[in-house]
Write a protein that binds this ligand. Sequence first.
Ligand SMILES: [Zn+2]
Ligand SMILES: [Zn+2]
Length: 190
Amino acid sequence: MSALQKQNRIRFSLLLVCFIFIIPVVIYSQSIVVVPMGKIDDKLVEQTVQKLKESGMQVTLSKKESMPTGSYYAPRKRYRADNIIATLQKRAEKNIYYMAITSEDVSTSVHGHKDFGVMGLGYVGGNASVVSSFRIKNKNLLYRIAWHELGHNKGIDHCPSKNCIMMDAEKKDRTKEMLFLCDKCKKKWN
Ligand SMILES: [Zn+2]
Ligand SMILES: [Zn+2]
């Protein structure tokens, strides 16, 4: 066997190893694409991405985008969360979640209000969500909202356990109390 043939054989073997080991990991592990939108501090994005990685997700940081056309709600000078989610949902594939991160104020129709300001929104079983630092006193805790909305996308509803990440914010900023994923929610996380 010539040296070139030998080299090609090694290359082929390496390629085979890649197919056998790496591709299934890419297909079967869940990943999340974080999309910075509108006004947002780069450091806060970085910190949130880091924390999402700690949740066991593969995280990709996408390039910055403007707020989606049509999401602006002029009467309250803020952006409709549902519209942002609908924009991202179009890109979502199986096992890939999309999350918009912004410091703009976002709102949705909830608690009997047509337009209610929220810290984040993610539908149970959906593939896209949005998180906003606008209403959080301690901006460094935005990652807890990110975990919460991702939890909704993973099919988890609000949880009554004290200090669970999936607790209902009940119209307040309760990020300080959202400390961990309770055992029940942990089981549903995957
Ligand atoms: Zn929630
Ligand atoms: Zn829980």
